[in-house]
Structures are given as structure tokens and as C-alpha cells.
Design a protein around this ligand. Sequence first.
Ligand code: 48F
Length: 255
Amino acid sequence: MSLDEIKISQAIIEAYKDKLIKALDVDVAIVGAGPAGMCCGYYLAKAGRRVVIFERKLSVGGGMWGGGMMFNEIVVEEKAKKILDEFGIKTRPHKNGYYLADAIEAVSTICSKTVKAGAKIFNLLSAEDVMVRKKHVCGLVLNWTSVEMANLHVDPITISAKVVVDATGHAAEIVRIVERKAKIRLKTKTGKIMGEGSMWAEAAEEIVVRNSKELCPGLYVCGMAANAVFGGPRMGPIFGGMLLSGKKLAEDLAR
Ligand code: 48F
């Protein structure tokens, strides 16, 4: 077989076009392919939902690659170890009920299992806005990250989703957009974004799971974004809460 550059290009363009067309109307659109977003996508895809995940960066994994301060080991607690076991990620017990896993193995395996479960991940795409009808979030407005970075004047495209999940981490970008532009009252104590608290790992790991829930019709939050929105503390370099939070939200949404 001789290699033909044009046919190679054609194959890529056709396959991507098909994938993108299928993403135009989904059950769940998740913004952010960090540990929480991917875990949420994995369990939703396993439950048979049509799931897409949009990730701004070239690589998925968010803050998990760097463990704590670039020491690429992650720590999880007993409860979350079960999720790593399910993914087939090797863990080593440490003292006091903590478990360690290699950050690179963790991210790459979670990503692989999420995609194999049926979730489609689109990297290099940023969600820059939401679609809202009658105070109900019903889709995302997307553009290439490169357009955003170069500050080019290029209009985005839009996808529709029954449910949008903000899994953008500390920034809680999608919720901020909804608060600023759609002016919908959020289901927080103040009706607005409350902002994350300072570090308190023990409390944060519990609270982040409880905070992974609906914020307004059509919009849900999980991962660090959940504590940033509901005023929970940060947890630093322990990742069990992220996995448990994604799983909890997926289970709620799959009901
Ligand atoms: O930040 P990130 O890893 O969020 P997470 O899954 O986990 C938080 C932990 O990494 C850590 C922590 C607890 O251990 O405090 O910070 O909650 O992943 C969020 C992902 O969302 C992407 C971003 O590039 C990152 O990979 N992202 C953020 N905003 C957008 C986005 C956007 N507007 N469009 C697309 N992707």
C-alpha cells in the first residue's frame, strides 16, 4: 500500500467531523477533563448516557499530573482507593490509612477507561459560554483554545445538552458565566458563587462530595469547582475527593 497524504488528511477530517456531529446533541456535556470530570464521564458513560467532555488544554488530567508541588504521586483515602481499584490503577498503602498511586498511571488509566466506556473527549476546545432557555442551561458555546489564546475574532459553535457539568476546578468557569450573564439564582446559601475557603483537607474531602450537585436547572458541578461555588475549603494534593465527587454526581444524574 502506498501512503497518500491527501487520504490521510481526509481520514482525519471525516472521522473528526463525525465525532463532532454526534457531540452536537448529548445527554451530558462536561467541561473540564480533570480527575473529577473524567470520573463523572466514566460512570455516566458506563450507565449508558451519551457523554462528551470538553478540555481546554492539549492534555487531559488537570491538576492530577503534578501530584503535590510537582511530586508526581497522588494520595487517596481508603474510600477512594476502591475507585482506583476499579480502574485497575496500582495503589500502595502508606501509613495512617493513606494510599499512594503514580500520578501518571492514574491520569492515563482514568482517561483510557473513560474513553473506552464511551465518553468522547474533545481536547483543545474551550467552553466560552452557555446556552440558556427560560432560566434553564441547555448547552455550551465552544471555540478552539487557540482562538481564545490568540484573541482572534472568530465566532464559536454551540452544542445542546440535557445537562451541563462544570468540572473546571478552582475557577468554576461555567458557573461564573451563568452567574454573570444569565443572572440565574444559584442553589447556594447566597444565591451566588460563595468562593472557596482555605486549606482543610479533612473537611474538604467530605464536603466536596456533598457539594457535587445541581446549581440551577440544567447546570451541575463536581470536583474542586463544587467547593469553589458552595464555599467549601480546598483540600490540596489529596485526590480521593475528586474521584468520589465525580462518581457521586454521575450516580445522581444516571438515576
Ligand atoms: O483543575 P482540575 O484538575 O479540576 P478537578 O477535576 O480537580 C482538582 C484537582 O486537580 C486539584 C485539587 C484537589 O486535589 O484542588 O486542583 O476539580 O481540572 C479542570 C480542567 O478543566 C479545564 C482545565 O484545563 C482542566 O484540565 N478547563 C477549565 N476551564 C475550561 C476547561 C473551559 N472553559 N473549557 C474547557 N476546559
